[in-house]
Design a binder for this molecule. Structure first.
Ligand code: FE2
Ligand code: FE2
Length: 190
């Protein structure tokens, strides 16, 4: 497996974990929650999505998806839809980030608006990941020669994941620990 392909797969795995963390924290806005939401964790998670998946993961996929479209693969219609979703996801990340930023600045936003907006956002991200995993990622195994991967590598330019790989910000340490603790908790409850 080429290192770019491996990184994209790893990103999906990590993004899934991050969305679970976001979902866990967002659940605190539910009326029967016994815990107060940790706004710093929510803002760090959204900051990470804007910094890495929105800036590297989706644009890199777009480069690969364009090549698949040129090959006229039978999944082309879905691939075009996924590219449109990339634009939508980037826009929605910005919007949900602004919403939680206004909470941090003490603006009044109803818990219902936060809960509904964040749940829709998480669902959009998850269904996008699932479609890519099921229908498009397997094509990367079969459609590209080594020479083509080399060309892709020149276009994509690898980048370090600033949370799961090489933590670039102090606040990501706390988020990373939170994600690990949540995973541990989930394993203990199985
Ligand atoms: Fe994508
Ligand atoms: Fe993806």
């Amino acid at each position: 497996m080429h290192k770019i392909q491996r990184q994209l797969h790893t990103d999906h795995h990590h993004l899934h974990k991050l969305l679970n963390c976001l979902s866990h924290e967002i659940g605190c806005y539910d009326f029967d929650s016994k815990r107060a939401p940790d706004l710093a964790i929510i803002l760090s998670a959204l900051d990470y999505v804007r910094t890495y998946p929105d800036k590297w993961h989706h644009p890199s996929e777009d480069i690969i998806f364009n090549r698949l479209l040129k090959k006229k693969v039978k999944e082309s219609k879905l691939i075009k839809q996924l590219q449109i979703e990339h634009e939508k996801i980037i826009l929605e990340t910005k919007k949900i980030n602004e919403l939680f930023n206004s909470v941090a600045e003490d603006c009044i936003v109803s818990a219902d608006e936060l809960l509904t907006g964040a749940r829709q956002y998480i669902a959009l991200q998850k269904q996008h990941l699932d479609k890519e995993n099921e229908f498009v990622y397997p094509l990367m195994d079969t459609e590209f020669s080594e020479k083509e991967w080399h060309e892709i590598e020149n276009e994509v330019k690898m980048q370090d994941d600033p949370l799961f790989n090489n933590r670039s910000k102090k606040e990501y340490d706390q988020l990373y620990r939170y994600i690990l603790d949540l995973e541990k908790e989930k394993c203990q409850n199985i």
